[in-house]
Structures are given as C-alpha cells and as structure tokens.
Design a binder for this molecule. Structure first.
Ligand code: NAG
Ligand code: NAG
Length: 240
C-alpha cells in the first residue's frame, strides 16, 4: 500500500518549473559556456609567452648528442642534461638533473619508462623509451609533440597513408596537436620528447591506465610527485 502510494507520487510530472525559469536556466548555461570559450581561446593565444625551449634548438641538441655518442643512451642522456643546465640558467627554467629518477609509464597501449627533465604547465621535456620495444596509440593531445629519436627506431602509421613512417636517431617526429597515429618503438628505442601547449590536459592520457589496467599506484604516486615538484619549482621562478 505504502509502496503504491510512493509510486503514484513519483509518477507525477516533476516539471514544476515555469517556461520562464527554463529559459533563464538555458540562457545562464549559454553565457557560462561562452565565457569559458573566450577564456580558453585567450589562454590559448597567450601560451607561447611562457615557452623556454624551442623545437629547433632541442632537435640540434639531440642531433649533437647522437653524433657524439651513437647508439649509447647511457652517454647521450648526461650529454643532453649537462648541455641544458649550461644553456638555461636556473632563474629561467628548472631542470631535473637526477637522471636516476625513472618512472614506468603505460599509455595508449604502449609501455616504457620516462625520466622527467622539465615539467611546467606549458612545456615538458622527458627521455622516454624502452629497450624492449612497444607499440600503441599516440593519444589525442592539446599540445604539439616533438619526438627526437636518440637510439633505435620509431615507426608510425598515419592512415590513409598505408606506408609506415620511419624515424631514426637524429630525426624528429612532430605530432601536431589534435593529430593521432599508431606508433611503435621498434626493437627498443629511446627519445627526447618535447611537448608544448596545455600540458595538464595531456595528463589524463598519461595516467589513466593506472585506474583501468595496471593498478600500479606506487608508480602513479612517483609520477605525480615528480611532476608536481617540477611544476612548483618552475612556478616559483615565474615560469608557467
Ligand atoms: C648545447 O648544444 C647546442 C646544440 O648542439 C650547441 O649549439 C650549444 O653550444 C651547446 N651548449 C653548451 C653549453 O654546450
Ligand atoms: C635521485 O633519484 C633516485 C631515484 O628516485 C633517488 O633514490 C635519489 O635519492 C635521488 N638523488 C638525489 C640527489 O636526489
């Protein structure tokens, strides 16, 4: 009897709102969406002012490192890091010089490890790779991505082009923002990866697998800890 009563009650039309309040609600939502859009497009236009690195200088550096130490990732990494600390004063950008700080990473079906050299809101610079080889989806990103191959090869598939793209040491694979491909780190490969744009929007891709697949919360903790620490070091010197 009581159940029947409740059912009858909830079956009443819930829309007690008048047409006027409905219009008001939708106008408010439209205004909020428009303001959000203006804010985002404004932020997008001014993001370049915080860039410290350039894709060209990092490409030159990657090429010089590959020439100095062909096929030797253990020598290439210190070469790159000591060049960066010499080129960019600590007052301009924070560089993480601890090259033992590697974290595993799973994203888009691929697995490797990364050493975060620089992380801020508009740029990141990492060494990413694996000696085993891996393959997956690049992810759809709000940042431009420059993948400078240091050792090994990276292959990419960009349909409708049915031939593979091959990137070798000293070459750079530029993935413009919003563009997606299948990629493979062929037989093991390490790269200097530089991304510029709105980095926080890329993080869900880099971290989601811990919840849906790996459950490796230890790695997740270290990834977040190092990323946050490097972001704060940059914010403290006014680098966003
Ligand atoms: C860093 O590398 C670049 C590119 O090879 C080079 O032009 C520059 O002189 C290097 N800087 C230092 C301090 O070694
Ligand atoms: C460098 O990173 C490793 C690995 O996280 C850590 O054990 C070590 O204490 C760090 N060294 C410094 C000087 O912070």
């Amino acid at each position: 009897m009581a159940a029947k009563k409740t059912a009858t009650k909830s079956a009443q039309p819930a829309g007690s709102s008048s047409p006027a309040s409905c219009v008001y609600k939708w106008v408010t939502r439209a205004v909020i969406a428009f303001v959000l859009y203006l804010t985002c497009s404004f932020l997008d236009r001014i993001k370049d002012r915080w860039y410290v690195f350039t894709p060209e200088s990092l490409h030159q550096l990657a090429q010089a490192a590959v020439r100095a130490h062909p096929d030797d990732i253990n020598a290439i990494i210190p070469y790159i890091v000591s060049n960066l600390t010499a080129e960019y004063p600590a007052s301009v950008t924070a560089i993480n010089t601890n090259s033992s700080e590697w974290v595993l990473n799973n994203a888009g079906g691929a697995m490797g490890a990364m050493y975060i050299i620089h992380a801020s809101i508009t740029e990141y610079l990492i060494i990413f790779g694996t000696p085993l080889g891996t393959e997956g989806h690049t992810g759809m990103h709000t940042a431009d991505d420059y993948f400078n191959i240091l050792v090994g090869e990276q292959w990419a598939f960009d349909p409708p082009k049915l031939e593979r793209e091959v990137y070798r040491p000293g070459e750079v694979h530029h993935l413009p923002r919003g563009h997606v491909k299948q990629y493979k780190m062929h037989e093991g490969c390490f790269a200097l990866e530089y991304a510029r744009g709105w980095i926080p929007l890329m993080l869900p891709f880099g971290l989601a697998d811990v919840f849906s697949s790996t459950l490796d919360f230890w790695t997740f903790y270290h990834t977040v800890r190092i990323t946050a620490r490097e972001n704060i070091r940059n914010l403290l010197i006014g680098k966003i």
